[in-house]
Design a protein around this ligand. Structure first.
Ligand code: MG
Length: 462
């Protein structure tokens, strides 16, 4: 059986097949039944109350097939299922709060190629289930207790999720400001789930909208679902040609977003988070929290912007569940990661690429996106990986780096591998989740500085 990773259980169709999806969904159902029963403080075996679980999916070709299995699995253990159909992941995650769900399963492989799919699991607080909690679900899979026939509930269809999400977003925006300025935006949904909400939202809030790749197609015929610079060339050209104020592109399920400024400049994920942070912290109603959460693999620009507004950075391990957890537990008031995923707690505890884009559009009503970009510190990132004999030895090497850093009195963060912070840059070394490989990232004010940091780490572990 394939295992839960940082973002659910992921595989190609011959691995993540309908049979496995059914079993895992039964485990998910039992897991959330337990959770909702814990809330009622009743012994598990004495309660027959199943959790209320949402099921959503992206537009992938295997999505509907797996959806049948997931719904069947959840109902068979007594869950009440709310079926959303194809919606963006952030829309589904907003619905957890809106409908007070006990849990959610999203059938999506996010930015992966079309032959992949995955089950992403979110709990009733809106926090994605981590690898560890996924392990608990795997443990239940072999101890499934089907519900009695009379306790199998009806599946409720809920077609209004995108409308609800749009309405929530509109409440949080200065609509008058946007309607007056009427920014011209080019949207590239990449034929993914963002197409179920983005064109309608941006029209409704008063933008002039040009859309490409907004027809749902799970084979992703026009561009790969990851919005890298190379993959959004068409968007970049169109922004320039149409003299638009901004270009916006999402990944396959809409939780991550990248921007293109009015000059056609591609804005990477790190900077999307930087811009979002700037919007959040420079606004009139910044929360009185002390920490902004980000992963140890994120650019130093986050620290720079946060400290300018008197905030500190709370570093988490890599992956969205840790970020959501940091906000859910009250440690941080805002969060985001290095790939263009930003968590706005006013909406949900999940990355919301749709709302992130709407906030950006509101922000550029009285300035140019390229000017906003000037306020984001510039760093150069270098990446490499070093293959080690086995994973055990790889972890040993990480310890060696920690020891070395300690002797040098360097500032380290050790929540996930080891990150070393310097005044003018940083570096991180982590063991890959799947291979006997150490991944090294380094960032500096110059390319040379970043390269030098990488060489230094390589020397320590050689
Ligand atoms: Mg995604």
């Amino acid at each position: 059986m394939i295992h839960f990773g940082t973002n659910g259980i992921r595989g190609k169709f011959d691995e993540l097949n309908p049979e496995l999806a059914l079993k895992v969904a039964q485990g998910i159902g039992m897991y959330f039944n337990r959770q909702s029963k814990a809330k009622l403080s009743m012994p598990i075996e004495r309660s027959s109350i199943g959790g209320k679980i949402g099921v959503a999916r992206d537009a992938r070709l295997t999505g509907e097939c797996l959806e049948h299995s997931v719904i069947s699995g959840l109902s068979s253990v007594g869950c009440e299922v709310v079926k959303f159909g194809i919606i963006s992941s952030p829309t589904a995650e907003y619905m957890v709060r809106k409908l007070k769900l006990d849990g959610l399963t999203i059938i999506t492989a996010s930015h992966n190629p079309p032959e992949w799919n995955a089950l992403k699991v979110v709990d009733g607080k809106g926090v994605a289930v981590s690898k560890e909690r996924g392990g608990e679900i795997e443990g239940i899979v072999n101890k499934i207790k089907r519900a009695k026939w009379k306790n199998v509930k009806k599946v409720e269809k809920y077609p209004n999720a995108s409308k609800d999400h749009i309405n929530r977003i509109k409440k949080l925006l200065d609509l008058e400001k946007i309607k007056k300025r009427k920014p011209k935006v080019v949207l590239d949904c990449g034929n993914g789930a963002a197409a179920t909400i983005a064109p309608e939202l941006f029209q409704e809030i008063g933008c002039e909208v040009i859309e490409i790749n907004s027809k749902l197609d799970g084979s992703f015929p026009n561009r790969p679902s990851e919005p890298t610079k190379k993959n959004v060339k068409e968007l970049i050209e169109l922004v320039k040609k149409e003299k638009a104020d901004a270009g916006i592109a999402w990944d396959g399920d809409g939780d991550r977003v990248i921007f293109v400024d009015e000059k056609g400049e591609y804005i990477i994920g790190d900077k999307v988070f930087g811009i979002s942070l700037l919007i959040e912290l420079s606004g009139p109603e910044t929360g009185d929290y002390r920490y902004v959460a980000t992963t140890v693999a994120t650019s130093k620009l986050v620290e720079d912007i946060a400290s300018k507004y008197g905030k500190e950075v709370f570093y988490t391990e890599v992956g969205a569940p840790a970020l959501s957890e940091a906000i859910a537990s009250g440690k941080a008031g805002f969060g985001g990661e290095e790939v263009g995923g930003v968590i706005w707690p006013d909406i949900s505890l999940a990355k919301d690429g749709i709302y992130t884009a709407a906030k950006m559009v509101e922000f550029i009503c009285d300035r140019k996106l390229s000017d906003v970009l000037k306020e984001i510190p510039e760093y150069f990132l270098e990446k490499t990986k070093v293959r080690i004999e086995n994973r055990e030895k790889a972890f040993g090497k990480i310890e060696k780096i920690k020891e070395y850093a300690k002797n040098k009195k360097w500032k380290t963060i050790e929540v996930d591998g080891v990150r070393i912070n310097f005044d003018d840059g940083w570096t991180i070394a982590r063991v890959s989740g799947t291979e006997p490989v150490i991944r090294i990232f380094a960032e500096g004010k110059t390319k040379e500085k970043a390269k030098k940091l990488i060489e230094e780490i390589k020397k320590i572990i050689s």
